[in-house]
Design a protein around this ligand. Structure first.
Ligand code: DON
Length: 599
């Protein structure tokens, strides 16, 4: 993941400002424009984008603009989200997709909240044995690259279910920007041109991928700004536009996917596609200091884990303890360890295994889990295991986008192919990448996946099962039940801790949304044992303090990635006085080249 220079500058500005003038001056920095503070004593605080009628925040400006185009046509937040989702499938092949899956949280104008699970599921031929070698060891590359790595894609079913049930505009209108971008092409941004060139060898392994996403030889390079046209993808999108969900799952696109998979030793067949359904599910809702936090339930672990982390944080005065102070990092690190131990043991597909969601998110349960916490030193590694929640009888690459409209409707979507460009397999004649989501299953108990996450038999590969996710699209309402924050992030296991920390930054530290997504983060996932931190997230002094408490503190995650989780957030500022208007404030994480676009 390339180090983005803007975040360096902003991170430094944040750190300098905190140290120079303290948090209170920082959070009262001027909020009406992007220009710097006139107060010479303060470094400029990062300021979000502003708008009065609605906003879309995503990983690519053209995709955010596609969403805003819908708001301007009288569409609602769901229309905008669906247009953004399809546009990302064109301009962000790294993670935007129709060959992958995701989760969507929707807040209706009346305040009711629902979710659409469009996670991939395992093909009917997928069994544990497929992913073990002759010696019974996990054959890791099978779940990461090539034809065995893909689950049945859910994105088209999820986006179109949302549009049918919650949108106002028709399919042709919301898909028009994506089709235009594919058919007419778009100027290749430098980062994408460079990334495609860098991946020549990985893509050349698959002849179809080589034909679509390389220039035919290692020496022939994409140039920044050259027009990138995707004719077959445009045709695929047009077929979906004309025929709807059934085209992708039972029509020509389904045949193209199934035939290519069957011819190359893959598992997905026509029946797997025909049987795929996106599922509406209840959100997981937590309360935090009077706010309501709605996020994604199983098969994502995100909502449960965030609720658990918030329950732990609520027991302390985090604001008083201070942003990323030794005391805060120590306490949150301990909470994260316990929560990820629970994730590993208890999470699975709720349609196949019993997940004790209610027990895990009870405030008393987290109180019990934190009982072994001591402020002086880290809890010994071997004494942290999963807890025993009450069973209440209930049965690196991703992309997030956040949308809100003027009616109070909001949509939070996290979508993924899993790794960048998924399995690296492109569908011939259709022009899109397939996911490698099978790696999110437990291939063998005790063997970690690419994000270092392990699990139990609850998340083993099994036909039609959905693999556990960390994706955490989230919507927060304020104590007056008004829409407050729409947030989410990519980043594998760090999705959970990133989303949690942005929520805390806003509620506990009073940051504006730009400051909240920019601020440096910490991460712990129980195993491995490191407490990771981003550059500038912890001062040398705090790192030293944590080491005296016997923490294994490491800069970067997953073996050295210095920064993680390109969060996309927007926050609504409701008027305090009759002469004020409601304002949407959006921020696309400066760790990447996305954009908040409003109108
Ligand atoms: O569902 C999950 O948790 C993973 N497949 C997400 C992958 C991801 O975030 C990769 N990106 N940065």
């Amino acid at each position: 993941m390339p180090l983005h220079s803007k975040v360096r500058a902003l991170g430094l500005a944040l750190l300098l400002t905190i140290t120079a003038v303290g948090l209170s001056a920082w959070t009262t920095a001027p909020s009406s424009s992007r220009t710097a503070s006139s107060d010479a004593a303060t470094a400029p605080a990062p300021v979000p984008e502003y708008a009065e009628n609605g906003m879309v925040v995503s990983a690519k400006r053209t995709a955010s603009e596609a969403g805003v185009e819908m708001l301007k046509k009288g569409g609602n937040a769901v229309d905008a989200a669906v247009a953004t989702g399809f546009a990302l499938a064109v301009v962000h092949p790294f993670a935007g997709n129709i060959g992958g899956g995701g989760f969507m949280v929707i807040r209706n104008p009346d305040g009711s909240v629902t979710t659409i699970d469009h996670r991939e599921d395992a093909p009917s031929g997928a069994t544990q044995d497929v992913y073990l070698d002759d010696e019974g060891n996990a054959a890791r590359t099978r779940s990461r690259r090539g034809y065995l790595a893909s689950g049945v894609p859910g994105t088209v079913a999820g986006l179109l279910k949302a549009l049918d049930e919650h949108g106002r505009l028709d399919r042709a209108t919301v898909m028009a920007p994506a089709i235009r971008l594919a058919e007419e092409g778009f100027p290749l941004p430098h980062a994408l041109a460079e990334d495609l060139n860098d991946r020549y060898r990985a893509f050349a392994e698959f002849p179809v991928t080589k034909a679509y996403f390389t220039k035919g030889s290692a020496s022939s390079k994409y140039r920044t700004g050259e027009r990138f046209v995707q004719t077959d993808l445009a045709q695929t999108l047009k077929r979906i536009r004309d025929e709807g969900k059934s085209e992708f799952y039972e029509g020509e696109t389904a045949s193209l996917i199934a035939e290519q998979f069957q011819a190359n030793g893959g598992l997905i067949d026509e029946q797997d596609l025909a049987e795929y359904e996106a599922v509406e599910r209840e959100p997981v809702t937590a309360t935090y200091r009077g706010y309501e936090v709605h996020s994604m339930g199983p098969p994502s672990s995100g909502g449960v884990a965030i609720a658990q982390l918030l329950n732990a944080a609520e027991r302390k005065d985090i604001s008083q303890m201070g942003f990323n102070s030794s005391a805060t990092a120590h306490y949150l690190g301990e909470a994260m360890r316990r929560v990820f131990a629970d994730r590993a043991k208890w999470l699975g597909d709720p349609d196949h295994v019993q997940v004790p969601t209610e027990g895990l998110i009870q405030k008393d349960y987290m109180q019990q889990r934190m009982a072994s916490f001591t402020s002086s030193r880290v809890t010994p590694e071997d004494s942290i295991r999963a807890g025993e929640p009450m069973l209440t009888g209930e049965s690196m690459e991703t992309s997030h986008y956040s949308v809100a409209d003027s009616s109070g409707m909001a949509v939070s979507v996290t979508t993924t192919l899993n790794s960048g460009y998924g399995s690296k397999v492109v569908i011939d004649g259709a022009g899109f990448f397939m996911n490698n989501e099978m790696n999110d299953f437990v291939l063998k108990p005790g063997v970690p996946n690419q994000f270092g996450l392990s699990g139990t038999k609850r998340n083993l590969v099994a036909p039609d099962r959905r693999m556990v996710s960390s994706m955490s699209p989230t919507i927060v309402e304020d104590p007056q039940d008004r829409l407050h924050l729409v947030i989410g992030a990519p980043g594998g296991s760090t999705i959970i801790t990133t989303t949690f920390q942005v929520i805390m930054n806003v509620i506990d530290h009073g940051m504006n949304v730009e400051q909240a997504v920019t601020a440096g983060r910490i991460h712990h996932q129980w195993k491995p044992r490191h407490l990771s931190y981003e550059e500038f997230a912890l001062s040398t002094d705090v790192v030293r303090n944590l080491r005296t408490r016997e923490w294994d503190v490491t800069k970067g995650v997953f073996g050295g990635i210095p920064q993680w989780g390109r969060a996309q957030g927007l926050r609504i500022k409701h008027p305090d006085r009759p002469d004020q208007v409601r304002v949407f404030r959006g921020s696309s994480d400066p760790r990447g080249p996305g954009a908040a676009v409003g109108f």
